[in-house]
Design a protein around this ligand. Structure first.
Ligand SMILES: O=C(O)[C@H]1O[C@H](OP(=O)(O)OP(=O)(O)OC[C@H]2O[C@@H](n3ccc(=O)[nH]c3=O)[C@H](O)[C@@H]2O)[C@H](O)[C@@H](O)[C@@H]1O
Length: 481
């Protein structure tokens, strides 16, 4: 136990008085002598010198993140952009139980990547903490494929939701790394550790209208990040995997021919978001042409469902309706809303039929042409946004406080409508979920996840009155379950 004096921050000083040796109390601050000042300064200088040397020799470490999801470390990033996310990586590395490239790290990655069935795929899923990425990872794992995920868990929307999805995957033995697709060295280490058969590249900066606020994050994720993934798949992986990646219905931009077919013009994007996705399709062409990389782009049409993205209209409207807050509807807007389970089946079908890459990382040459494909994954039945709101109102048992305005000039397009005949022909893609049924699944999850005391209306076909919502723990309802 410290003495009372020490505990109070005082020191006892000997002094002579009248021949007697006495003790007196002196504040400890007064004892900070010139020599301890010097010592302090020397320590600070030495530390700065060490940091400088470290940064000089290992600059790439400053932009790398590599903790394993399973170590339980949480490092959500303040700020809205993916490009900001990597700055926390040094923290992630020091807190990780199994560090990047270490034997334990490799062992964990290989375990997660190992298929649980003969002929199973081994898939690297980027954006696995995201909405579509998490559902696809669960579905692949459920059918016996090996999956390794990565995600930078940025705070474009609530990172807690992404951590929740990560936990769902961890519960099923799927590792999701805290990592950024722009970290070339990390991707290299991943491909060194595992001969992935496929990459499902879903990490991106999503959201059409946010591109006006944060244009550079779209370039960083959707252009630079895509190049980073293609570079690693083409030059660092041996053998090269096939890549399936998320393009967007927004590439149709100002196209007015409907339904949208892959053969239609896509050279008039209405938003920077759409432009980066269109750029991605051009970049895919180049990597396929030069390196023989098998590449499939999937144009998603307004995907919705449980564990969805809170920035999307159906989700934010549901929150506003519950909170009694106003919502703004763009007059006459229509969307080909596509339910997550249908999209997951499309993604899995695209992976299964991707065809091999023909290039070699070692020789840098390709042995012949490799598949280069692009598909619409939509629902084929556009619905007015006002109808989507009416379904939500009915399910939630509450009227929305609606404000209807003309569509602003914010990158939005008035309608989307998918022709999916190519996907149907090549891998049997057939969307089966109506907006009514899909939103019901969403609201079921929404009420459970946010623990809302809401009675959900039964489907109109039953003609029954609203029943109490179940209170059991929220779970994914995708093909994974
Ligand atoms: O299909 C796609 O390619 C895109 O789908 C969605 O984009 P969007 O269709 O604009 O989805 P929401 O932001 O959820 O908007 C849905 C509809 O609600 C309308 N809306 C949106 C916001 C609002 O305040 N009011 C409103 O009426 C929009 O005009 C749109 O018609 C996603 O956010 C994109 O990431 C994705 O790439």
């Amino acid at each position: 136990m410290p003495s009372d004096a020490a505990a109070k921050g005082v020191k006892l000083e000997r002094y002579a008085s009248g021949g007697a040796l006495l003790l007196r109390r002196v504040a400890s601050g007064k004892f900070v002598s010139a020599s301890s000042h010097l010592l302090f300064r020397a320590t600070v200088l030495a530390t700065l010198a060490l940091v400088f040397l470290f940064a000089l020799h290992y600059p790439s470490l400053l932009s790398r993140s590599f903790s394993l999801a399973s170590d339980g470390s949480s490092s959500s990033v303040p700020g809205a952009s993916r490009s900001h996310a990597s700055h926390r990586s040094l923290l992630a590395s020091t807190s990780a139980a199994a560090t990047y490239g270490s034997e334990r790290w490799q062992k964990e990655i290989r375990r997660s990547a190992k298929p649980g069935r003969d002929g199973g795929l081994s898939v690297l899923v980027t954006g696995a903490g995201g909405f579509v990425g998490a559902h696809c990872s669960l579905a692949l794992k459920a059918r016996g494929d090996g999956v390794v995920g990565l995600d930078n868990f940025n705070s474009y929307y609530d990172p807690a939701l992404k951590r929740g999805r990560q936990q769902l995957l961890a519960d099923r033995g799927v590792v999701v790394l805290d990592a950024d697709i722009n970290d070339a060295l990390l991707l290299e280490k991943l491909f060194e550790a595992v001969p992935f058969t496929h990459v499902l590249h879903l990490a991106a900066q999503a959201g059409v209208r946010y591109a006006m606020e944060a244009p550079q994050t779209y370039v960083a994720s959707n252009v630079a990040g895509l190049v980073s993934v293609f570079e690693a798949a083409a030059k660092r992986a041996d053998p090269q995997p096939a890549v399936v990646w998320a393009s967007s219905s927004s590439v149709y931009g100002l196209n007015t021919d409907a339904p949208f077919s892959e053969d239609h013009r896509t050279d008039r994007p209405a938003s920077l978001y759409a432009a980066t996705k269109k750029a991605g399709e051009a970049i895919a062409h180049a990597y396929n042409h030069i390196y023989g990389l098998s590449i499939t782009g999937l144009r998603f049409f307004t995907v919705y469902g449980p564990w969805g993205r809170p920035d999307m209209a159906y989700f934010s409207f549901a929150r506003s309706i519950v909170a009694g807050e106003p919502i703004t509807l763009y007059a006459d807007a229509r969307r080909d809303f596509t339910y997550i389970d249908d999209v997951v089946k499309g993604c899995v079908g695209a992976l299964d039929t991707a065809g091999r890459s023909t290039g070699s990382a070692r020789s840098g040459k390709k042995s012949g042409p490799a598949p280069l494909r692009v598909y619409n994954l939509g629902n084929t039945s556009p619905v007015p946004v006002t109808r989507m709101v009416a379904i939500l109102e009915k399910l939630l048992g509450k009227k929305a406080n609606k404000r209807i305005i003309a569509m602003p000039s914010n990158g939005d397009v008035p309608f989307t409508h998918a022709n999916v005949s190519h996907a149907a022909h090549d891998f049997g893609y057939r969307p089966t979920t109506s907006l009514d049924a899909g939103l019901r699944h969403f609201v079921d999850w929404f009420v459970q996840y946010y623990k809302l005391d809401i009675k959900i209306a039964k489907p109109s076909t039953t003609g029954k009155k609203p029943a109490a919502a179940t209170k059991k723990k929220a779970s994914a309802t995708s093909a994974s379950s």
